[in-house]
Write a protein that binds this ligand. Structure first.
Ligand SMILES: C[S@@+](CC[C@H](N)C(=O)[O-])C[C@H]1O[C@@H](n2cnc3c(N)ncnc32)[C@H](O)[C@@H]1O
Length: 269
């Protein structure tokens, strides 16, 4: 989308959010999106009989679309990009890796195929229906529900790596700190953390009063919808990530990952 069009979409979303109408408009868009993808989705399912696709409302809740080809292609591509990072960090054989906020399994279901060594995979999400679907449809991965607030249902120091793709992008400021502390707890000493954030590229969507705060290094949060949902948005200036969020970690990599999200790779101190 052109950046002027995108800014206009965000300005309209801003007004709908303030009027508490965003969820309603989102539901209408869901029905439209479902109808738009119907024919191609039927063809995808016929051609990929062994590949379970999630219920449409769960996919839309997490991704904002119901396009199964895109669910498959983007999941495989992001798993490869993630595995490239993990493979470079020389993970131990049988390492335990957790995806926090795994949604309907878009990425985690492709991960084992891309990793150099055998690992044990765990996925969690606060959406219990999503996790039930993952438990019944994706083999070889342990799935758990977590609550909106910590703790995880795991003992301390269990994981060699925790990753979260597009999860901090939907949290309030206080939950950033509660969850990063909890992730630190379940990571082994020197464990690997991989997260994505809305950085400078995404900040171009911000309205001028928000951009001023962002440029001062302040986390910008757009709420007025349920925390954790796709329209609850957080934008992360570099200063906030390095000085505040990842204070207990050594950053080893920061670069663009998605067109509008950065990836941060860090080791627990
Ligand atoms: C944009 S989706 C991304 C899903 C998945 N990480 C991916 O990249 O395909 C955000 C996910 O984070 C989950 N989420 C949001 N807040 C959460 C929390 N506090 N604990 C666990 N999951 C959360 C949502 O339910 C949703 O599945």
């Amino acid at each position: 989308m052109q950046s002027r069009t995108l800014r206009a979409v965000h300005a309209i979303a801003y007004l709908l959010r303030k009027a508490r109408l965003l969820q309603f408009v989102d539901w209408i868009y869901y029905l439209k999106n479902l109808a738009y993808n119907r024919k191609n989705n039927r063809a995808f399912i016929a051609a990929h009989k062994a590949f379970a696709v999630p219920p449409a409302h769960l996919a839309f809740d997490a991704y904002g679309h119901t396009d199964w080809q895109s669910y498959f292609d983007s999941g495989a591509a992001d798993a490869k990009a993630l595995a490239d990072i993990v493979n470079r960090e020389n993970m131990a054989r049988n390492a335990r890796i957790l995806e926090w906020g795994c949604g309907p399994g878009r990425v985690i279901r492709h991960l084992k195929d891309n990793l150099k060594q055998h690992v044990e995979l765990y996925g969690t999400d606060y959406n219990a229906e999503t996790i039930r679907w993952c438990q019944h449809n994706i083999d070889g991965i342990k799935f758990f529900v977590n609550q909106t607030k910590p703790p995880f249902p795991f003992e301390s120091g269990l994981f060699d790596c925790v990753y979260a793709l597009s999860v901090f992008t939907h949290l309030s400021e206080i939950m950033h700190f509660e969850w990063i502390r909890e992730i630190r707890r379940v990571l082994k000493p020197n464990g690997l953390l991989i997260i994505t954030t809305h950085g400078d590229t995404a900040s171009n969507r911000l309205l001028s009063h928000e951009k001023q705060l962002y440029d001062l290094g302040t986390l910008v949060v757009r709420g007025d919808v349920k925390e954790g949902k796709k329209w609850y948005l957080a934008y992360h200036p570099k200063r906030f990530v390095t000085d505040d969020l990842l204070k207990g970690f050594d950053v080893v990599l920061h670069r663009q990952f998605y067109p509008t999200q950065d990836v941060w790779v860090a080791r627990a101190k």
